[in-house]
Design a protein around this ligand. Structure first.
Ligand SMILES: [Cu+2]
Length: 157
């Protein structure tokens, strides 16, 4: 009888758990790891998905962080080609486009969501540092983030 009572006591102290209940912490850990892995993948995805710029072109990405690179250097009088791309979805962009606007430099271009296009541009013979901005997302011209710089070097430089 004592053995039985002891067994009952032991059973009360350690409630029986089903295999499913025992697996719960492992399932949770697995889910947590999966979520972290997906997050990490999305965070570096921009880097891995970055398409290589065609030779002789200037790679420019538009995103919620503005232009990448934020400073573009060109030479007065040159004809340059931007290899311009974005991974942003239309829902984040006014009119479904990013824009590249610099009235002083004759730039007023649009880039549809999740796309890539080239912009061929004759750099005016006006050396200096110019403002370029995107008007169609994240506050547009009013947001410092949406501005970049275009440095036009003298043709002789
Ligand atoms: Cu934009």
């Amino acid at each position: 009888m004592t053995t039985t009572r002891a067994a009952v006591r032991r059973a009360r102290r350690a409630p029986q758990r089903t295999p499913g209940e025992r697996a719960k912490p492992f399932i949770f850990a697995g889910l947590a790891i999966t979520v972290l892995a997906v997050g990490a993948f999305l965070a570096v995805g921009d880097f891995f998905n970055r398409p290589p710029a065609a030779t002789g072109t200037i790679d420019v990405q538009s995103s919620m962080a503005g232009f990448t690179p934020s400073t573009i250097t060109v030479k007065a009088g040159d004809t340059v080609t931007f290899d311009w791309w974005t991974q942003d979805a239309a829902m984040h962009l006014q009119g479904g486009v990013h824009t590249m606007i610099s009235p002083d430099l004759g730039l007023n271009e649009q880039l549809p969501a999740e796309s890539r296009r080239t912009v061929t541009w004759a750099v005016p013979d006006k050396p200096g540092t110019y403002d370029v901005w995107c008007e169609s997302c994240c506050g547009g011209k009013d947001s410092p983030t949406m501005h970049g710089k275009i440095v036009v070097l003298p043709a002789t430089a």
